[in-house]
Design a protein around this ligand. Sequence first.
Ligand code: DNO
Length: 365
Amino acid sequence: MELTFRWYGPNEEKITLQQIRQIPGCCGIVGTLFDIPAGEVWPRGRIHQLRQMVEDAGLTLKVIESVNVSDDIKIGTPLRDRHIEAYKETIRNLAAEGVEVICYNFMPVFDWVKSDLDYKLPDGSSTLAFVRKNIPDDPQQIIDTVADGSAGFTLPGWEPERLSQVRALLDAYKDVDEDRLRENLVYFLKAIIPTCEECGVKMAIHPDDPPYSMFGLPRIIKNREDLDWLCNAVDSPCNGITLCCGSIAEEPGNDIYSILAEFTRRGRIHFVHMRNIKYISPEEPGNKDFYEAPHPSECGSLDMVEMMRALHDNGFTGYMRPDHGRMIWGETGRPGYGLYDRALGIAYINGVWEALEKAGCKAGE
Ligand code: DNO
């Protein structure tokens, strides 16, 4: 298991690689070229520059999050084959620079959705939250809320240029139901997985966040059955998962512990987003509201040791990053992606892993 930290690149960050280097246990960067629109090739030279920068700071660049999949591929327009060729070229270029895992998602229009980007907790920190009654009916309003609350940073999956066309985009998806979206995902995977196999890159799909339909849009990576379907649809170890614990657990009916165990055993979890969430009013039937809690078990609704144990005991060897953190100690920055709370998260995760490793050795003695 290798611990990593998401970093958006020098022009997109207040956080420096030198700061990340000082987080104990953190080996690598989860990087991106944030400015390249979906559908275009990531030039080898740009990837090389990023890798050089990361390696000069004493870190590695083995995971990319994300190479976004274009709406044309998700919708299945005549442009998709051109975009798929570009994606394959990007895979080859990334592999040539030593990248092993590509995280991506197949969510239409919106990547993750939250109602609040600055949800205050009693200790004075703030976090991301999903409170159903605060989600507007009009998608334009949620775009405005995210833009207003993002402290001047572009948030992943919320590119202003793309979302400025939201009505046209929603319209373009009007004939795309779950079945069609699944067909389009399989079409995409069948085209790219042979390239991944050739050059040793693993694709790792991010589950839907939240794992249910929003704004009438289809969602197809929501639960165990969907993950099972994905693995079987293109049966290759290169067709894998970014197991985002928070996203899967946002549906309280999902058994996150057994999902982690099963897909680790099946060798399909290549990357993990380790996150704790706290359900708000879970006693109300059907209520799925939650906020993103600090990582330790006692702060949220998930048992972090049991999640880590499910990975550990089933032989997890992939990459992991702490997921979103709160804003603490007066820090300002990209919501969910401050330095301090994510650094606390990684230290905690590392501690849990060490304990599991040592307990495992004892048991095996
Ligand atoms: C949110 C992230 C997602 C994730 C994409 C992967 O903060 O977890 O935006 O990066 O869904 O494609």
